[in-house]
Design a protein around this ligand. Sequence first.
Ligand code: GDP
Length: 315
Amino acid sequence: MTDLIQRFLSGDRRALARAITLVENRSSEGQGLLSAVYGRTGRAHVIGVTGPPGVGKSTMVDRLAAEYRSRDKTVAIIAVDPTSPFSGGSVLGDRIRMSGAAGDPGVFIRSLAARGHLGGLSLATEDVARVMDAFGFDVILIETVGAGQSEVEVMDIAHSTIVVAAPGLGDDIQAIKAGILEIGHVFVVNKADRDGADRTVMELEVMLDLGQRELKWRPPVLKAVARDGLGIPEAVEALERHRQYLDESGSWAALARQRAEAKIRQIVIQRLTEQVSRVSSPVWDQLVDRVVTRQRDPYAAAGEVLKLLRLNGDS
Ligand code: GDP
């Protein structure tokens, strides 16, 4: 274990891959590694890329990575696919080759699938992102492949989120559900080589103006042709401006604090839930019996359970 941490800290990519697997599987080794490297986290700019399927998110993510590389920033990519049973790097092998990032030590790609994450996909994504952050990547791009609630949850760990749309889909805007509209900091209408891009930009602008959002950061709506790399530098500029805004407004620090609090609370609740579910069944059954026969009320019974767990039973 200490050997793995040493190799990780010395920048060994194979140690990084191994560390991610351990963390993803929520093994005790993984937890130990996270604790050991936690002090090195908090530096990476975590960027979410979301939007309806087929709008060009993957293409965009690869281009964004290349643009950041041209600015001497190192980039890690997490492709979150709640519909796929396979996690790991191999699935993305073709993509790495296509993007020209193969052999570039400044780029690391990992896919995460839904299956097998006890604490949920968002928790796994968060922990993997933290490991990448500790490894020293400047930028972490998190791309969600699926649609729905998981997108919003996953994006909860990003500092900046790009919402990608495309013209010509008619109900495309509807597909960008209200929840996703609210989490976007930069909007990009991709496939601007097609008709209707300006109209989609306008529709988004109107929706953003109507929505009562935090006034200090008005999300820009940009156009891009990700396939050809057009509009990508502008998207990165917008992300850099958002990061600067977070810094200068104190939001970066506030967000860190808010998330640390939420995280501790989440872990405490998770552990308590585990403890409660471990209350031995004879005791449990007896308590249930007493409530059923009206010898106890449910509150008193719950109080007894908490006392058994040596927690404060008063509420
Ligand atoms: P995702 O499902 O959102 O990740 O979308 P993909 O990145 O897989 O792209 C879906 C399809 O759109 C692919 O065939 C891409 O080659 C294509 N595509 C991506 N960007 C553009 C673009 O700017 N213009 C056009 N016309 N097609 C694009």
